[in-house]
Design a protein around this ligand. Structure first.
Ligand SMILES: N[C@@H](CCC(=O)N[C@@H](CS)C(=O)NCC(=O)O)C(=O)O
Length: 316
């Protein structure tokens, strides 16, 4: 097995000669493919320096094809490095994506939107399906819709269970935590004077509705992770949720011994430890400045939450 020379292939399952997310092109297309790959020549020679003499030739064409994949319309796409995250410089909807990539050991770049103009330009670029971010460039795709992005990453990096039933369980756990996450994300945007009411509501939901589910699951099967016996997207989402709720109330886990153990265990995983270190791409909680920035970029002041008997249907 050859070592993977490209950052994009450094995922958990990456094998330079059988990268899971790539389809080899038909051999009839190899001549055009090879000319498209001119840009990679220098890179390949640097790869060669890591291989034994003559091995480069044996890379062509089969392994060379691993540098490429095809979009749905069979347009050739050259793989070009790390995923690129398009968002503003705050947690918001992108933070779970950052967490999941970090847990999968995938390096990523961020294109930070600093102003409403940056956002407008991105919209004008035509790559945002719904004129909204988060958007993640990965494997030649412009992925939007937070759940779709997370699902793609979870599936790609083996964090999405081993069968349909495990996937369904992961989905159910994740959806609960996303509900909690949404409330916490919107908390800094609540109306002046409604902070305490909102905070109490979030803490009540966390302790009465969501955390008991995960406590019970961990207790009943006695395993280290929520689903199966290996880390999944659900564990990362839970870990992120625990940290976020603790930021609102530091002793929130006092009645949840299994969640305390879970948190201690997950914190020790090297990739998680790395992401928790200062200076990582993890974003701090939203402070007033970040709220103001998001408000300007996304024009949040232009509307009110649309409520129907107290349930938020949409926000603008
Ligand atoms: N359902 C979408 C919602 C995306 C969304 O509301 N994004 C906000 C920023 S966090 C946005 O782009 N707002 C600008 C707009 O809707 O025009 C998702 O989960 O990604």
């Amino acid at each position: 097995m050859l070592p993977c020379p490209l950052p994009v292939f450094k995922g958990k399952n990456c094998r330079f000669d059988s990268c899971p997310s790539h389809e080899s092109p038909p051999s009839s297309l190899l001549p055009s493919l090879l000319s498209e790959l001119g840009v990679w020549t220098a890179l390949l020679f640097s790869v060669e320096s890591r291989l034994q003499k003559g091995q480069l030739l044996s890379l062509v064409p089969s392994q060379l094809a691993a540098f490429c994949c095809f979009s749905e319309n069979q347009e050739l796409k050259i793989m070009s490095g790390k995923p690129i995250l398009h968002y503003f410089n705050g947690r918001g909807r992108m933070e779970s994506v950052r967490w999941l990539l970090a847990a999968a050991g995938v390096e990523f770049e961020e294109k930070i939107l600093k102003s409403a103009e940056d956002f407008e330009n991105l919209v004008k670029g035509g790559n945002l399906m719904y004129q909204q971010v988060p958007m993640v460039e990965i494997d030649g795709l412009n992925l939007v819709q937070t759940r779709a992005i997370l699902k793609y990453i979870a599936a790609k990096y083996n964090l999405y269970g081993k069968d349909l039933k495990e996937k369904a369980l992961i989905d159910m756990y994740v959806e609960g935590m996303r509900d909690l996450n949404e409330m916490i994300m919107h908390y800094p945007l609540c109306y002046p004077g409604e902070e305490e009411k909102n905070l109490n509501f979030i803490l009540e939901r966390a302790t009465e509705r969501f955390f008991p589910v995960y406590e019970k699951a961990l207790k009943s099967h006695g395993k280290n992770y929520l689903v199966g016996n290996q880390m999944s997207w659900a564990d990362i989402q839970l870990f992120e949720a625990i940290l976020m709720v603790e930021e609102l109330k530091s002793d929130i886990l006092s009645a949840f011994p299994k969640l305390q153990e879970f948190k201690a265990r997950i914190s020790k995983l090297p990739r998680i430890q790395k992401f928790l270190q200062p200076g990582s791409q993890r974003k701090p909680p939203m402070d007033d400045q970040a709220v103001e920035e998001a408000t300007k970029i996304f024009n949040l002041e232009k509307g009110l939450y649309v409520k129907h008997k107290g349930v938020i249907l949409a926000d603008f």
